[in-house]
Write a protein that binds this ligand. Structure first.
Ligand code: DUC
Ligand code: ZN
Ligand code: ZN
Length: 472
């Protein structure tokens, strides 16, 4: 089965080139000069990409399908969430399996495999959240690295739920130093935050906006600094998830300037949404924007600093931290007290579009768009060059992106299992046109030219990952 994507502009971190892409079964087999060579090629399917970009399928390295949190579950299953991802041009996710206090790592991981298997529309891998860093968990971590689970998230926030103290963090980092794994850090000083949140609630400050006010950006900066010092002492790399604040970025940039293996991702919500307009929306609407770290104030320079970080590579990756909850019955658990609002925003469908909008706005180059959303995620998490590459031999995960179409974002049109959209009303100056996942067209066009989903649950395969390629 051969598919030829013809007359498009191929975008890679190396730049833009007019090339045709030839796919055979699940793999890319050749990149061809458009005039001449490909005229002699026979293909079962020809996708005309004239006037369009051809980019490697998106890789979202931070999702939480079906996450149990705050007395409920993230509202996207592996089936609904990965289908929505495909609609948005993401062809791989790395989700977080979760171990909590008192639980066995292996049993927890097995239950995540069971949730995902046979249900995913696109390929998927796992990181492991270590919510209880015991001797047993550390031994299991060494084993998992050999089994393709090569990255481990620790929390400096959520005391009593996921929290690790500095000793536990240091031990995990020492193991990572030995076994080659990558420690992913949720850097917020959760002990201090819980004090401030309790004091606010006692004063009757219970609206959603207090979720943000009680989690100051300085406490993300402090935790980021502390984690970097612990990583230096342990001799391990560290990767900061969902970096939201200028203070944290400053710490990462300083460490990188010293040549340390310190990396970070940010997410679209921290580039586009803010504390006053979104988290502080009238009534209970702000609950839809409760996530941790919180949206930051528009009166400082967080947004501009984060876009700059993406340009300079102090921020290497854009993920979503996709963790959707419906307003009804889920976010509503916190109607009386912001501390009971389940934390999370859904966005797995919109990442490629929202970061492309940064290209349109002059914040990023096309090359940086694919680098931060696809190529670097693959390299960072041991999937390159199978994923994230438009090269012969790579999986044919390919997005044809139309810069002349538009994408309105709305709860009326999105495919995520959410009863609101955090990005309601934003119109993207571009659109995902066609999506191939391992050579199969999963988003195509019907006879009228309307986009349609052509995949099915179970198309997605589990990905056993290697070590991060930035550490070798
Ligand atoms: N942050 C969220 O917003 N949700 C889930 C976990 C996290 O760290
Ligand atoms: Zn987190
Ligand atoms: Zn997360």
């Amino acid at each position: 089965m051969r598919t030829l994507i013809s007359n498009g502009t191929v975008i890679t971190p190396q730049g833009s080139h007019d090339l045709d892409v030839l796919v055979e079964d699940e793999k890319i087999v050749a990149l061809l000069q458009p005039a001449g060579t490909s005229e002699n090629i026979t293909a079962d399917t020809i996708i005309d990409a004239t006037g369009k970009y051809v980019v490697p399928g998106g890789i979202d390295v931070h999702t939480h399908m079906e996450l149990p949190f705050g007395g409920t579950f993230a509202s996207d299953t592996f089936e609904t969430g990965t289908r929505a991802a495909a609609w948005g041009g993401t062809t791989t996710i790395i989700d977080f399996a979760v171990q909590r206090a008192g639980e066995e790592v292996r049993a927890c991981l097995d239950s995540w495999f069971a949730k995902a298997e046979g249900n995913c529309a696109i390929d998927y891998g796992f990181h492991m959240i270590l919510g209880d860093v015991t001797e047993g968990a550390l031994k299991e971590m060494d084993t998992l690295v050999g089994e393709g689970i090569t990255s481990f998230k620790l929390f400096m926030a959520y005391p009593g739920v996921f929290y690790s103290d500095d000793g536990q963090i240091l031990r995990a980092m020492q193991h990572a130093h030995e076994n080659g794994g990558l420690i992913m850090m949720h850097a917020e000083n959760g002990i201090a935050i819980d004090v401030i949140a309790e004091q606010a609630a006692a004063r009757g400050q219970t609206d959603p906006v207090y979720h943000g006010i009680t989690r100051p950006s300085r406490l993300e900066g402090e935790a980021t600094h502390r984690a970097i010092q612990l990583a230096i002492v342990a001799g391990s790399p560290v990767y900061f998830v969902h970096l939201s604040a200028s203070e944290a970025l400053e710490q990462v940039a300083a460490a990188r300037n010293e040549g340390l293996n310190v990396f970070a991702e940010t997410c679209p919500q921290y580039l586009y949404l803010n504390l006053e307009d979104h988290l502080g929306a009238p009534g209970f609407a702000g609950a839809g924007y409760v996530c941790s770290p919180p949206l930051r104030t528009k009166h400082q320079h967080h947004h501009g600093d984060l876009w700059r970080g993406l340009r300079t590579n102090d921020l290497s990756i854009v993920s979503t931290d996709h963790c959707p909850f419906c307003m009804k019955e889920q976010k509503e658990l916190g109607l009386e007290d912001f501390r009971a609002i389940p934390n999370g925003i859904g966005g797995v469908e919109h990442r490629m579009d929202l970061i492309y909008q940064g290209v349109v706005a002059g914040e990023l180059s096309l090359a940086r768009w694919v680098e931060t959303c696809s190529a670097t995620p693959a390299r960072m998490f041991g999937l390159w060059p199978q994923k994230g590459a438009l090269l012969p031999g790579a999986d044919a995960d390919i997005v044809v992106y139309d810069p002349n179409a538009t994408t309105p974002i709305s709860v009326e049109t999105h495919h995520m299992n959410m009863d609101y959209s955090a990005y309601e009303g934003i119109e993207i100056a571009g659109a995902v046109d066609t999506v191939l996942s391992r050579g199969k067209i999963v988003i195509g066009k019907d006879a009228t030219g309307k986009r349609e989903y052509l995949g099915k649950a179970g198309d997605g395969h589990y990905l056993r990952r290697g070590l991060s390629q930035y550490l070798l």
